[in-house]
Ligand binder design. Structure first.
Ligand code: NAD
Ligand code: TYD
Length: 343
């Protein structure tokens, strides 16, 4: 049985990854290291921690703490790493960038150093298409390729780009078996309701409006989280050391089109359900992914279609109101006030 360190495994994508591997019976033991920041939630994996204690272990700790990371290898026997842990929300990085530099840059460096000293066998760094910057909306033929130069525009994407540079350097300098994935916007269960889709869906359920930034015509490529998790698993198993793999849903949509779909699915309308608000500073206009390399070389492609997966996602938030209502409280309300009041 392989023993894999999963950093950030109590967050949105990390928890979905853990759930996918454990529920489908992969021959793995997963050791989740997570600091449980505001975005981490043990409730995302608690049932599996209780039912599968030999295959899933949780350690509360910070990836910036070298001793804690070292114990993952020495005490828990980890030999591979999937690195999800990060500060991940652009708007929060605009309010304050220092936690982003600390976790995303320093944390990744600590993790790389320990993994190097322990001769980790495989290391997947989970990054984002946002490191490439923004694409013109009037040139739909242009998409991000792995060779596209990085040009990050937000403190979040700048910190992820810095971590990508470190990962690249550890391959070139130390020949570490590292791989990097750069994925587009994910949606699905367990996503913290500060991100657009769960925020929009849960606001409507609370009788609140969707706060739509600017003209609502920014474009993102949307991928169902399970497809992203399967892509990461594919890269961990079949990826080539030193390589970058772009991951996307081939599903570009304006924010207006996303909102339209959600309103329709939830029986609301533009007048009752949407409020245009002041734009995000430095708001990237368009992201689009060329995911040809991972398809050609590793045989991965998305399996979920947006129009069915979004229905499933909305239903999940309807069925799990306890989960998000517990989050939309306390610290969250302070954040919401700071972020949206007076916009
Ligand atoms: P998230 O914010 O939901 O979860 C992040 C997790 O990391 C949380 O559980 C948090 O407690 C943990 N964490 C934060 N700082 C930590 C630290 N110092 N030590 C240990 N744990 C820490 O994020 P997510 O949306 O699940 O994103 C996971 C990864 O995927 C990130 O690296 C992000 O950049 C990348 N990514 C996300 C998306 C997306 O659409 N959400 C798209 C592409 C890439
Ligand atoms: P978000 O989920 O923050 O992801 P990204 O990292 O791509 O910015 O936002 C997705 C899109 O939705 C992005 O164009 C910003 C927009 N958005 C809003 O219009 N209103 C909101 O309240 C939020 C959070 C995002």
């Amino acid at each position: 049985m392989r023993t894999i360190l999963v950093t950030g495994g109590a967050g949105f994508i990390g928890a979905n990854f853990v759930r996918m591997l454990i529920e489908r019976g992969e021959d793995v033991k997963l050791v989740v290291l997570d600091k449980l920041t505001y975005a981490g939630n043990l409730g995302n994996i608690n049932d599996l921690l209780a039912s599968q204690p030999e295959r899933l272990v949780f350690v509360k700790g910070d990836i910036c703490d070298g001793d804690v990371v070292q114990a993952m290898f020495d005490d828990h026997g980890c030999r591979e790493v999937v690195h999800f842990a990060a500060e991940s929300h652009v708007d929060r990085s605009i309010l304050s960038s220092s936690p982003f530099i600390q976790t995303n840059v320093v944390g990744t460096q600590v993790l790389l150093d320990v993994a190097k000293s322990k001769n980790a066998e495989r290391f997947v760094h989970v990054s984002t298409d946002e490191v490439y910057g923004s694409l013109p909306e009037d040139k739909p033929e242009i998409k991000f390729a792995e060779e596209t130069p990085m040009a990050p525009n937000s403190p979040y994407s700048a910190s992820k780009a810095a971590s990508d540079c470190l990962v690249r350097a550890y391959f070139h300098t130390f020949h570490m078996p590292v791989m990097m994935t750069r994925c587009s916007n994910n949606y699905g269960p367990y996503q913290f309701p500060e991100k657009a889709l769960p925020l929009f869906i849960t606001n409507l359920m609370q009788g609140m409006k969707i706060p739509l930034y600017g003209d609502g015509l920014n474009i993102r490529d949307w991928l169902y989280v399970e497809d992203h998790c399967q892509a990461i698993w594919t890269v961990l198993n079949k990826g080539k050391a030193g390589e970058v793999y772009n991951i996307g849903g081939n599903n570009e949509m304006t924010n207006r089109a996303i909102v339209d779909t959600i309103l329709r699915e939830m029986g609301s309308n533009w007048d009752d359900g949407v409020q245009y608000v002041k734009d995000r500073p430095g708001h990237d206009r368009r992201y689009a992914i060329d995911a040809g390399k991972i398809k050609r070389e590793l045989g991965w492609e998305p399996r979920h279609r947006f129009h069915t997966a979004i229905k499933k996602t909305i239903q999940w938030y309807k069925d799990h109101q306890d989960w998000w209502r517990a989050i939309k409280n306390g610290e969250y309300l302070k954040y919401y006030q700071t972020q949206y009041a007076g916009r």
